[in-house]
Design a binder for this molecule. Structure first.
Ligand SMILES: Nc1ncnc2c1ncn2[C@@H]1O[C@H](COP(=O)(O)OP(=O)(O)OP(=O)(O)O)[C@@H](O)[C@H]1O
Length: 817
């Protein structure tokens, strides 16, 4: 039976017919259909996204111009629609760029800049315009006034989705009371169901942007967040990409575009943190990959009957006996001086011998003589047998020198469990591979070396019935590669590399393998530990706050910094799981929590280790905790264009984890301390109840005075005891404050006596301040463990006192006055 498919190709013109319906799609048309990708999937969400795009742009623009941002957001009900107005005091937009910014997707100033900014793609605000025109049919109304201009520009426009170009309906100049800035008015089908997310976005934006003034007026509520500081975030600078993490395709593009001619110039010019020395290291690593290394063999030992002098002399003709001997001696000495020697090193030694001897003897040693000498010595090194004593006795040939040399390397690199015979058989096979090499300089890449080792190991396993596992193989490769020499060949020029995928891939590998200083962080603007804590304190009434800012890392050539903060206890809700606050480049992320790398990392941490409750030992911890994470990067890897969630990039996840753990360690010590203080308090309460009863009983039985309970409690609890004693002294009284440190640590205290009369005869170290008829007498004694300090003064008889002690937690302190 003939199938439909098999006849399809026979019909003439069908491919042509199909081809006719193929056409390119404009990016605007694409996003018109796929608005969910940009965060405009519903009316509720669309409104939040539009606010976010406009506010992020306003903050970016003002900061870039060095202006403290002032952003006003208003949402009005407008019949069937909502009207969104966002006004900023930024630098404004020129008449030429304005229509494109709002009426063309993928148009912006940040896509190519390696500098931290909220905006990245050049899609955000034009997508909001697109969403508004799609749902309300109304154009966007934009007013903008640039600094110093008399008038403002006013436009009404939409995105022409066929062309992805702005379609302007109104264009005029107007007056505006703001000296500079931009005002956007969009109408859209929307609702306020995502009010919570909207408030969170504005509130959290205020937390991490304390230099901004933000106002939100919506149909039901009105918020104003005043500036908490006049300090703009440190200005960021654009940087070049870092060599760690740039992709192959990017480097190929960069090679095509660069003005540099050499690879050294290219890496220094186009990348950050690459100077001459680093460029040299990159080029060495590149040579290893591109050209391979040359094997270095051991020079002959004394017991080996290898006469390099004779070899050179035999190979040298017509130079006269003296010059020939001197030439041979110089080469043999140079070889003997090396631990190991590679072919190109031998070449250099022969050249140097030729120059010296030529000067001394007035003869020249041309290329042919030199080549003959190199060949003769090299053959002697790699071809000869090593006649050891045993062989000499039996007259048998020893192993080849290569076998002996490789045997030693392999023996040192493999476990002692492998017997001599196995290693020997392996070395023999590996040496055979070197001998078979077409390149008699014994030059090979690491991959080829690995193939040689694998082949030799496979054969050894097969014929000698022993195992030669992965670790042993890799160790042998490492040991041999280690003694091999990087070749001195010049790297290809940029024009030769350009378009050569394999060679460029070697360069990319070389850049990644080279130790290079972390990228400069002046392109980033982290919030800082201090401001994270301040922000959390402002927002959450907790008992404890911790924060951590990590050093910069690199991902995809872009530097990034991760910061974390934790708030615990206090007024935070103890019910349910921890609240996770996510930020990227100071922008709160309000959607897609479950798809975000930050959430994944928080869930993967064993929070029980840090003193939090975590059912099942994984997932979000329970309790009164807020965990805040900020990822700052010149290019945050979002999971989608709507920039809701950070992708699972391993280097970034590692740093997120380290930042959280750093803050969590502080939380753990706080919780541990709190727990031990709670136990102390419990114990002290019990003692405080039992001891007085016992004291009374003991006094009754013995007929003595009741002992001092405070003293006893302080000693049992290992507390610091501060006790005031007074004694009559003529007209007045002598006061001593005794500090008894029963704890196991040294303590620094701040002790203040507030006295109603002027004190005299103060003991050393006291300071006195009089205020409104009260004298504040202050000492700051350091009291060692098990030590005591006595602070003294005198006052008139009728004086009253008040003792205040600081520097020791209340649970570890007993004050008796
Ligand atoms: N309020 C504003 N004041 C001054 N310039 C602005 C303003 N809004 C936008 N721009 C300029 O317009 C460009 C495009 O903005 P758009 O929101 O489309 O993209 P973006 O912010 O660069 O990136 P993303 O798509 O990630 O939001 C910005 O890069 C910026 O140069």
């Amino acid at each position: 039976m003939t199938s439909f498919q098999s006849t399809l190709g026979d019909e003439p013109g069908i491919a042509e017919e199909l081809a006719e319906s193929q056409q390119s799609i404009s990016i605007a048309e694409f996003f018109e259909k796929n608005k969910h990708m940009l965060g405009f999937d519903s009316g509720a969400r669309g409104l939040v996204t539009a606010v976010k795009e406009a506010v992020d742009n306003a903050l970016d623009a003002a900061e870039e111009a060095g202006i403290l941002p002032d952003v006003y957001v208003e949402i009005q009900e407008a019949g069937d629609y909502y009207r969104l107005i966002v006004e900023d005091n930024g630098p404004g937009l020129t008449k030429e760029s304005l229509p494109k910014v709002f009426g063309k997707l993928l148009y912006g100033s940040r896509f190519h800049a390696r500098e931290q900014s909220r905006g990245q793609q050049g899609i955000g605000i034009s997508a909001a315009v697109l969403y508004s025109q799609l749902t309300s049919g109304k154009p966007a109304k934009i007013t903008s006034r640039t600094q110093g201009s008399e008038e403002a520009e006013y436009f009404e426009l939409i995105v022409d989705t066929d062309e992805n170009e702005p379609e302007i309906s109104v264009e005029e100049t107007t007056t505006w009371d703001r000296p500079h800035g931009t005002r956007i008015e969009l109408e859209m089908e929307a609702n306020m169901r995502a009010r919570g997310q909207l408030h969170d976005y504005i509130k959290h934006t205020a937390v991490v942007n304390p230099h901004a003034r933000l106002e939100l007026r919506e149909p039901q509520e009105h918020f104003k967040f005043e500036r908490a500081t006049d300090q703009l975030p440190e200005e960021t600078e654009e940087i070049r990409p870092h060599p760690h993490g740039v992709e192959l395709g990017t480097v190929m593009k960069m090679l095509a575009a660069t003005d540099s001619q050499t690879v050294s110039g290219f890496v220094q010019e186009e990348f950050t943190r690459v100077g001459k020395k680093t460029a040299d290291s990159i080029i060495d690593a590149f040579r290893d990959r591109h050209y391979g290394r040359e094997m270095r063999w051991r020079p002959p030992a004394d017991h080996e009957e290898i006469d390099l002098n004779a070899a050179v002399e035999d190979a040298t003709a017509n130079k006269g006996p003296d010059a020939t001997t001197a030439f041979a001696d110089a080469i043999a000495d140079a070889v003997a001086d090396e631990d190991r020697i590679a072919h190109h090193e031998l070449l250099a030694a022969v050249d140097s011998a030729a120059e010296t001897v030529a000067d001394d003897h007035g003869t020249t040693f041309g290329d042919t003589v030199r080549e003959n000498a190199v060949e003769a010595v090299w053959l002697a090194l790699i071809d000869a047998s090593e006649a050891d004593d045993a062989d000499a006795a039996t007259g048998a040939d020893g192993d080849s020198r290569l076998v002996a040399d490789l045997y030693e390397l392999a023996d040192g690199a493999t476990s002692t469990r492998k017997d001599d015979e196995t290693i020997h058989a392996f070395a023999d096979r590996l040496a055979g591979k070197f001998e078979d090499l077409e390149d008699d300089r014994h030059r090979l890449t690491r991959e080829t070396l690995r193939e040689f080792v694998d082949r030799a190991a496979d054969l050894t396993e097969e014929y000698d019935e022993v195992s030669f596992g992965e670790t042993a193989r890799e160790n042998v490769v490492e040991a041999v590669w280690d003694v091999m020499a990087t070749v001195p060949d010049d790297p290809p020029l940029v024009r030769e590399l350009n378009g050569d995928r394999d060679a460029t891939s070697n360069l990319v590998d070389a850049m990644r393998a080279t130790d290079i200083m972390a990228p400069p962080t002046r392109c980033l603007s982290p919030i800082s530990e201090e401001l994270i804590t301040a922000g959390l304190e402002k927002e959450f009434d907790a008992d404890f706050y911790a924060s951590a800012t990590r050093d910069a890392g690199v991902s995809g050539g872009d530097p990034f910094i991760v910061e974390a903060g934790i708030a615990y206890g206090g007024e935070l809700s103890a019910e349910g799981t921890a609240e996770v606050m996510r930020f990227a480049n100071r922008v709160p992320l309000v959607y897609q929590r479950g798809a975000c790398a930050t959430t994944d990392v928080v869930k993967s941490i064993g929070w029980r280790n840090y003193g939090l409750d975590q059912p099942g030992g994984s997932g979000l911890p329970n309790g009164p905790v807020v965990i805040m994470i900020h990822v700052a990067s010149t290019n945050v890897p979002f999971t989608s264009e709507s920039k809701d969630a950070i992708a699972n990039v391993p280097e970034i996840e590692d740093e997120i984890e380290l930042a959280i753990r750093e803050a969590a360690r502080d939380l753990k010590s706080y919780l541990n301390k709190r727990r031990s203080m709670q136990q102390r308090r419990k114990k002290q309460n019990v003692l405080g109840k039992i001891l007085p009863e016992m004291a009374t009983k003991v006094a009754e039985v013995t007929g003595r005075d009741e002992p001092d309970i405070d003293d006893a409690i302080a000693r049992i609890m290992n507390n610091v005891l501060v006790e005031r004693q007074t004694k009559a002294n003529g007209d007045g009284q002598a006061v001593s404050v005794v500090v008894e440190n029963n704890s196991s640590t040294n303590e620094s205290l701040e002790i203040t006596e507030i006295v109603s009369a002027e004190p005299t005869n103060l003991s050393d170290g006291a300071t006195v301040v009089e205020m409104d008829g009260e004298w504040f007498v202050k000492w700051e004694p350091e009291v060692g463990s098990d030590d005591e300090a006595t602070l003294e003064y005198e006052v008139p008889d009728d004086a009253t006192f008040d003792l205040d002690v600081k520097g020791v937690e209340s649970e570890k302190l007993t004050v008796s006055s």
